[in-house]
Design a protein around this ligand. Structure first.
Ligand code: ADP
Ligand code: MG
Length: 622
């Protein structure tokens, strides 16, 4: 029995999305067409896929297509497909509620401080609602491929807060979305305009997009195909122009911008497959946030039949910015996600995708420095995750990383590990680096002083991920990577001797400081790192950098309280003053400030900032 006609309220969140979409998308209002065609194309893909197991689903009407028509009298634009269609429950679930957490994130982003870019709308799966940017009423007529003619559904809404549902008789399966245009949107009642939009955004949709021909400014009953309607990736490269590649990218990636670069390959042999992979020119908004939960952007086809979004199965996390298509000839069409996860053929395809993307990035680094810089700015930090995620490609990825350095171009990340090695002094076997909160904090670290004095280059790392990444990169091209803030400073024989003597000489001072600082320090030592500054912290080889420990603590993690080792420069005037100070309270203030300034420089957290301020004021006035 048919469910009765009824009116329902949108979920509160849908109403919010609708409000945001219609108010913020206005400058790109024409994307409604791309979004509706994209949904129609998905619906055709789904039917083709389900028909493999149930051929009766598309029996009698197996030519899948998408029709875009307009009616100047009724002032409507209609996008119709003969794809999978929806039953009543699906209509409610898919367009009356917000199921995807992506949309929730979109909502948070759009209403938060950050005023996210409305262009990202397609990526968050709120595509359908873009219809309400140009329409003040939208009617959806749909019938699922496995339902009889009497079980069609009519959904209608003005996009304000409610929608109506009623059963209708529909002779054909599939979905029609009818837009009743707003008063000032007559521009879309033109064949020329609609066709231009299809060419711009949807030319490479793999199904025929058809439009009525026109006579005396009126649409006729005759339809003709207006798009290329072929699977672009199956054509030979020589027949594909850059514009073709870019327009395919835009419909695939829901992006307005051109792709930065792409790589298109066909592998023939015991296992044949085609890959067409793109690097976008800008990071999608959720790359760093939730992007990992439900990744879209890489579509798996088997012999031109769309199977599923399989970004997670086909690319490692650190390449999650890549968009594209993989078309495999030899996988079984009834493949499921579970099968994919343990499929040896797929493992090989995945390895090939990784290789192609790394090849492409290497090529940019070598031949197109400007594009590489754009890439690195957008995705460099994501790529760094590969150092720990992809041990097999660690050296290749490490070669692509760029850092700031004491011999680099200011705060520009331009120094490659190979550049560093090329500048190493004879006999140097270590790549030195320091990690800090910011470029300025890294460049100003007291721990760098001895290295600067000896003209040894130090990489300055100040991205949050660096400290973590470097934990997986202990060696590169046979050279050890070490932090200048950790462990012992390497000294030659003469240096060691000097260091021993200095320590002996400073013994009373070291004891005095240890007594004054009590349990705030683990140890006090004479530093081989310092030349100008009075003091710095030294970490053991396995200790976490203080700025990172602070961040983790702020994020609610329990971190062990390591007592720092304080290193001092006995030649510095401040230490002479501590040595000479006979007033116990004054000496204690000075000693504590030496520790606290070292902690601040290392980005650590002062245990008691107001005590620090009072102490400093006493010393300033005293
Ligand atoms: P997305 O396409 O990212 O899932 P949309 O807002 O564009 O988000 O569409 C929401 C859902 O509505 C789709 O996932 C699909 O289930 C359903 N849908 C929309 N248009 C159609 C259509 N023409 N045929 C069948 N289902 C559709
Ligand atoms: Mg969509």
């Amino acid at each position: 029995m048919n469910a009765p006609a009824e009116t329902r309220k949108f979920e509160a969140e849908v109403a919010q999305v609708l409000h945001l979409v219609t108010h913020s998308l206005y400058s790109h209002k024409e994307i409604f067409l791309r979004e509706l065609i994209s949904n129609a194309s998905d619906a055709c893909d789904k039917l083709r896929f389900e028909s493999i197991a149930k051929p009766e689903l598309s029996a009698g009407d197996s030519e899948l297509h998408i029709d875009v028509s307009w009616d100047p009298d009724a002032r409507t634009v209609t996008v119709r497909d003969n794809g999978i269609g929806m039953n009543r429950n699906e209509v409610v679930a898919n367009i009356g509620t917000i199921a995807s957490s992506g949309t929730r994130r979109f909502l948070e982003a759009m209403s938060g401080e950050q005023k996210a870019d409305a262009r990202l709308i397609g990526q968050f799966g709120v595509g359908f609602y873009s219809a309400f940017v140009v329409a003040d009423r939208v009617t959806v007529l749909s019938r699922r491929a496995d339902a009889p003619a009497g079980e069609g559904v009519k959904w209608e809404s003005d996009g304000k807060g409610e929608y109506s549902l009623e059963p209708v008789e529909l002779a054909e399966r599939g979905t029609a979305v009818i837009l009743h245009l707003k008063a000032d949107e007559d521009e879309f009642l033109s064949r020329w305009q609609l066709r231009a939009l299809i060419t711009r955004y949807s030319d490479h949709v793999a199904f025929p997009i058809r439009m009525p021909t026109e006579k005396d400014d009126k649409p006729t009953d005759e339809f003709e195909t207006v798009n290329a309607a072929s699977a672009l990736w199956t054509k030979p490269k020589s027949e594909i122009s850059d514009e073709d590649y870019q327009s395919f990218y835009k419909s695939l990636g829901h992006d307005f911008n051109d792709a930065l670069a792409w790589t298109h390959n066909r592998v023939e042999g015991s296992q044949s497959f085609t890959t067409l992979l793109y690097i976008p020119s800008q990071p999608p908004f959720d790359l760093m946030m939730g992007g990992r939960d439900e990744r879209k952007g890489l579509k798996l086809y088997i012999k031109r039949v769309f199977i599923m979004d399989a970004a997670e199965e086909l690319l490692p996390n650190y390449l999650r910015f890549v968009r594209g298509v993989v078309d495999a000839d030899d996988l079984p069409l009834n493949v499921s996600r579970e099968i994919l996860q343990h499929n040896r053929q797929l493992e090989r395809i995945k390895a090939a995708c990784v290789k192609r993307v790394l090849d492409l990035i290497e090529k940019l680094a070598k031949d197109e420095p400007e594009k590489f810089a754009t890439f690195y700015k957008a995705f460099g930090n994501t790529l760094k995750e590969g150092i720990s995620e992809d041990a097999n490609n660690r050296e290749r990825i490490a070669k692509l990383l760029r850092f700031t350095s004491t011999k680099g171009e200011g705060s520009q990340q331009t120094v490659a590990l190979d550049d560093y090695i090329g500048r190493m002094a004879v006999g140097q076997d270590t790549i030195w680096y320091i990690t800090a909160d910011s470029y300025a904090a890294a460049a100003g670290s007291p721990q760098l002083e001895a290295f600067k004095a000896k003209d040894i280059e130090v990489l300055l790392m100040s991205d949050r991920i660096d400290e973590w990444m470097i934990g997986s990169l202990s060696e590169y091209e046979g050279k050890k990577l070490k932090s200048v803030a950790k462990g012992e400073v390497p000294l030659d024989e003469a240096g060691k001797k000097k260091q021993e003597e200095a320590t002996k000489e400073a013994a009373p001072l070291l004891k005095k400081l240890k007594d004054l600082l009590g349990d705030r320090v683990g140890d006090v030592k004479v530093s081989a790192r310092l030349t100008d500054s009075p003091s710095c912290l030294a970490l053991s080889d396995y200790e976490m950098a203080p700025h990172l420990a602070r961040l983790l603590r702020e994020a609610g993690h329990e971190m062990p309280e390591n007592k720092p080792t304080l290193e001092i420069n006995p030649q510095h005037a401040l230490l002479k003053r501590v040595e000479a100070e006979t007033d116990e309270a004054k000496a204690k203030d000075l000693a504590t400030l030496l520790l606290e300034q070292a902690e601040i420089a290392a980005g650590a957290q002062l245990p008691d900032p107001s005590a620090f301020v009072q102490r400093m004021n006493r010393v300033l006035l005293g």
